[in-house]
Design a protein around this ligand. Sequence first.
Ligand code: ZN
Length: 237
Amino acid sequence: MRVFPREGSVRDICNMTFEICKKHLIFLGPPGCGKGTQSENFSEELGYKHYSTGDILRESVRSGNELGKKVQVIIENGDLVSDETMKEIILEKFNSISKDTKFILDGYPRTLKQAEDLKRISEESEIHIDSVIYFDVPFDSIIERISSRRVCPDCAKVYNLLTLPPHKDNLCDECNVQLVQREDDKEDAVKHRLNVYKENTAPLISFYQSEKKLTKINGNGRIQNVFNLLKQELLCL
Ligand SMILES: [Zn+2]
């Protein structure tokens, strides 16, 4: 068993033995679980590329190739990108990067079908997923976290009544205007998104468990603590 020093030196260890860090990761978890924030941390501090589904789609459109044009039409029509098209896009992405590229997939795969597609993509591109991190956060906390979000209609600054409240009650610190709640952040909307997640994405947890790739992380702590936890877990594997 490896023994890790207390908090503070975790980063040194990670940098020291960087070659054993897992390179190709999937971040999995319900909306609002904090995986986006942690992806940014990984990208800023550890040099991982953050491949969110939205970014990959936009990049494909920008490339202007046949596939990109197809994606552009789908997006302009407001349609959902099919599993088959997603598979082509991810394969194109994997074929365009070197095997040493450290990355996090965020938002793909979203369904069991896509997870099976990704297996085939990995075989074809020879880029294999090393670890799947599941951010475990109770739904109640997520509902509370997201429905406490407020945003300034003028400068778009985001506040949180629980964790990052404005100085004056419900007024933007910068603009002094009334903060508003986005439709997407209202409790019913959050509950709906969580139900969709539960139906489509939650089955991926057992899929990756059976593939022996899943690591569960308690995502319900402070951002820096969760980040340290993640780094330790990735080294321990
Ligand atoms: Zn403002």
